[in-house]
Design a binder for this molecule. Structure first.
Ligand code: ATP
Length: 806
């Protein structure tokens, strides 16, 4: 009758009744429970009609899958997604295989190597975290020292020309010089990002967040990306753009971790043949979380903030030992960085440079209980301004997606923004008259401009230094160092400039620009409070500058726990923790009322299937049988080689349940194969490539897990595998390689339950089984990520996003 070697299990809702010309077996017939019916649910109620479609010859398999593909999740063409849409998921993002494939060959390796191997692996893990800490610190120092040196040259020259030209009436000269000194580095940075590695654009935090969430973001942890990121961020800061080096440090830490832990570089085609046992997604992702934490630690001198960042921003699968190792890497980073930077600044051994961002010390700052409402007001302003900034940046990003698509246009755009930065700064310095006595000079290069002898222009001081130094000035300058008008104009200009800069084809972070905007308006708010209550000595504008900075940053990124720890550690003021927490919580609540944090907005615009912390509310009336994909394509435990090749050529699925197919007698009453395990596409390809066929049984002795590790992470495609016609008739035993203990779920499980499994364990595939352990469907990350809650004008609902090939 039929050839059971080629079979596809099909699950069809009862209202679908079509025959594809294949043998059909109507095994069971029940009704799918309608949605929104909260009556008690038992698996007997689930009503599904099962069929089993079998092809008459192997050649039919692609047709069968294609004919039935309309029953999967609805898909859209990329052209149908308008630029800036946030309600779609891109099919281009794949999941990591975080759940270890505990197959026979892995267990065999562990058994053979014994406890010695366990200890060796553990020591290697600590050693790698040590290396990650040191290397991240060295990179951070390189970036910092380069920026410091190049900025010094830039601003010292500009200062000399400014001061001379005010007297000689040739101000156009320093203006054009400023333009050129902005444009040249930005041109280099933009060309590198646009033409060599576009994934190095921005801060990299959204990408790292996605990676830690369990998504493969193409090229995100490559060495080329790191190189472009490092040079790019130096160009951004030296080019005077409203961007910082802190976010890119987090990305750099992640790349360093991914590179070191694998002991090989695919870019340089160099395999050191060490740490081979870490060549799998699970181990690699754990190292990346340590690298991201080291990056935060390097950026802010905040090892605890780093660990909290990894936990809060991305990592769903943390455990105690990973937290401990991550903390170790962060500590090593801050220590190494401190030693190098202290030596660079001329006092080795002093250890007073724990991070790149040096905000100065605040430890003497006090506050009164009746200031708490004022802190709340600052938090509310931060939430409002942060959400406004996010909205503005979102609109600019939509414009970019629509009109600025060619690479050369991206470079031009970066140059325009760089020129705007110089023009705005110059106009502000030229038109605003804000002179302060030199004694209070907060800047390395005080420009006199039109001020009297012994005075300097406070406006020029804001522009003639790195944004980080400006933040420090706003925090620590004594009362009255800045005019209110200067601050107000600066806030407005920098607000727009920073919104236009984030998302450019440049490597740049938003921590520093946000802190700078917030510090400026915070100081302004502090000045207003001082005017309202002149007798209150403790209303220090510097204190409100710090709170404003925290509020603005919190309103933009919406992190609370990690940001509090980062700011406390960066300012070394533990006593000021409570005001910071109040401000950050208020900023988050207010901001969340209007829109998402900036990273989430960008992640949604890219259609990344990120899983949030919690399943969508009110979704427990959606069952696994409704979410799952069907028909399900399965393989038999011992499978025909030709069939596997054909299957991998015509479907793109990354995982296949392995089943014991029903015997021809059973098939009359039961259409499904009993579930035995799950095998990945990558595993099948490696097996085919190495010709692990039953007929070549002389190889069996030598097969071990190294076979798969050698190809990780860039597995060949099925087109690269050469199989002869004769070999296509051979058989392959999948049992030693499949994961026999993969997680499965009953068809009657609810969406929240499925969601929690995915989120907590980091699953990639979840086969759905029926009451008799037969596999009836498949759920992957996108199948559940597409259920998203929407909020609009006080109303809420559950959206089912479409998946595109964008
Ligand atoms: P990832 O790429 O992260 O593995 P994905 O959702 O892209 O996730 P694919 O393997 O490409 O996974 O599958 C795409 C769609 O096909 C999903 O909706 C999934 O449920 C479904 N699917 C996956 N594997 C199978 C299979 N063996 N048989 C039938 N449908 C499958």
């Amino acid at each position: 009758m039929t050839d059971p070697s080629t079979h596809v299990n099909v699950l069809i809702n009862s209202n679908v009744n079509e025959n594809n010309g294949n043998d059909v077996c109507d095994g069971e017939e029940r009704l799918i429970k309608p949605r929104n019916n909260f009556a008690s649910y038992s698996s007997d109620d689930v009503s599904i009609r099962f069929r089993n479609v079998r092809s008459n010859s192997q050649g039919n398999i692609c047709n069968i899958v294609e004919n039935l593909s309309h029953r999967r999740s609805a898909r859209l063409n990329a052209e149908d997604v308008p630029p800036g849409a946030t309600n779609f998921l891109s099919a281009n993002y794949e999941s990591l295989d975080y759940d270890t494939c505990e197959n026979y060959i892995l267990l065999d390796e562990e058994r053979r190597k014994g406890y010695k191997f366990v200890v060796k692996k553990n020591l290697a893990r600590w050693f790698i975290f040590l290396l990650i800490g040191i290397c991240t610190a060295v990179i951070a120092c390189f970036v910092d020292i380069s920026i410091e040196e190049l900025s010094s040259v830039k601003y010292s020259r500009l200062k000399i020309f400014m001061d001379e030209c005010v007297l000689k009436n040739c101000l156009w000269l320093p203006f054009f010089m400023w333009l050129a000194l902005n444009l040249v580095p930005v041109l280099i940075g933009a060309v590198l990002v646009a033409y060599i590695e576009p994934v190095a654009a921005g801060s990299g935090i959204p990408q790292v967040k996605c990676y830690l969430n369990g998504i493969k973001v193409p090229r995100v942890v490559r060495i080329k990306t790191l190189a472009v990121k490092i040079i790019g961020v130096i160009c951004t800061v030296v080019g005077g753009l409203a961007g910082g080096k802190e976010g890119p440090m987090i990305h750099s830490g992640a790349v360093v971790a991914a590179g070191i832990s694998q002991g090989k570089s695919t870019t340089f085609r160099k395999d050191l043949r060490i740490f081979k046992y870490f060549r799998e997604d699970h181990e690699k992702r754990d190292f990346v979380s340590g690298g991201a934490a080291s990056g935060v630690s390097a950026a802010f001198g905040a090892p605890i903030g780093g660990v909290l960042f990894s936990i809060e921003e991305g990592t769903s699968f943390f455990n105690q030992s990973l937290t401990w190792r991550t903390f170790f890497a962060s500590m090593i980073t801050t220590f190494t960085l401190n030693i190098i930077l202290s030596a660079y600044h001329g006092h080795p051994g002093d250890l007073s440079y724990p991070g790149l961002l040096n905000l100065g010390k605040f430890e003497t700052m006090t506050y009164r209980v009746y200031e708490i409402p004022l802190f709340m007001i600052v938090g509310i302003i931060g939430g409002l301004l942060g959400s406004m900034w996010n909205y503005l940046n979102y609109k600019i990003s939509c414009f970019r997606l629509r009109y600025i698509r060619a690479k050369w246009l991206k470079v031009i755009e970066a140059l325009v923004v760089a020129a705007m930065s110089a023009i705005m700064g110059f106009l502000m310095i030229y038109f605003l008259d804000d002179c302060k006595p030199l004694g209070q000079s907060p800047t390395k290069f005080p420009v006199q401009m039109y001020c009297k002898e012994g005075e300097y222009s406070a406006v020029a001081a804001l522009w003639f230094q790195t944004p980080e130094s400006s933040v420090r000035s706003l925090f620590h300058d004594p009362k009255g160092s800045h005019n209110d008008v200067t601050l107000a104009v600066f806030v407005i200009l920098y607000f727009f400039l920073a919104a236009a800069t984030f998302g450019l084809s440049m490597s740049s972070g938003l921590f520093i620009p946000s802190l700078l905007i917030g510090a400026a308006w915070g100081r302004l708010v502090g000045a207003v409070f001082t005017k309202l209550w002149p007798a209150c000595e403790f209303l220090d504008p510097g204190k409100y500058a710090l709170l404003g900075a925290a509020a603005q940053l919190g309103g933009v990124v919406r992190m609370t726990i990690s940001l509090t720890a980062i700011l406390i550690e960066a300012t070394q003021g533990i006593s000021f923790g409570l005001p910071l927490i109040i401000v950050l919580i208020m900023a988050k609540w207010v901001g969340d009322f209007f829109n998402e944090g900036i990273y989430d907005i960008h992640i949604q615009m890219a259609g990344v299937p990120l899983l949030p912390w919690e399943p969508p509310p009110l979704s427990n009336n959606i069952y696994a049988s409704e979410i799952m994909s069907h028909p399900i394509v399965t393989l038999k435990t011992v499978e025909n080689v030709g069939h596997i090749v054909e299957l991998l050529t015509c479907v793109t699925f990354n995982g296949f349940p392995v089943v014991d197919p029903p015997s021809s007698d059973e098939a009359e009453i039961n259409c499904y194969g009993r579930f035995r395990g799950l095998i990945l596409r990558s595993q099948l390809i490696v097996l085919l490539q190495n010709k692990i066929f039953n007929e070549y049984n002389e190889f069996w002795e030598t097969i071990d897990i190294e076979l798969f590790r050698n190809e990780y992470p860039r597995y060949p495609t099925i087109k690269q595998v050469k199989i002869t016609e004769e070999e296509k008739t051979y058989m392959m035993d999948l049992r030693p390689f499949m994961n026999p203990s993969t997680y499965t779920v009953q068809h009657s499980a609810s969406l929240p339950r499925v969601f929690r499994l995915f989120r907590a364990i980091g699953l990639r595939h979840l086969p759905v089984i029926n009451d008799t352990n037969e596999v009836v469907g498949m759920i992957t990350r996108k199948d559940i990520a597409k259920y998203r809650i929407w909020k609009h004008q006080g109303r809420m609902g559950l959206d089912e996003l479409l998946i595109t090939d964008k």
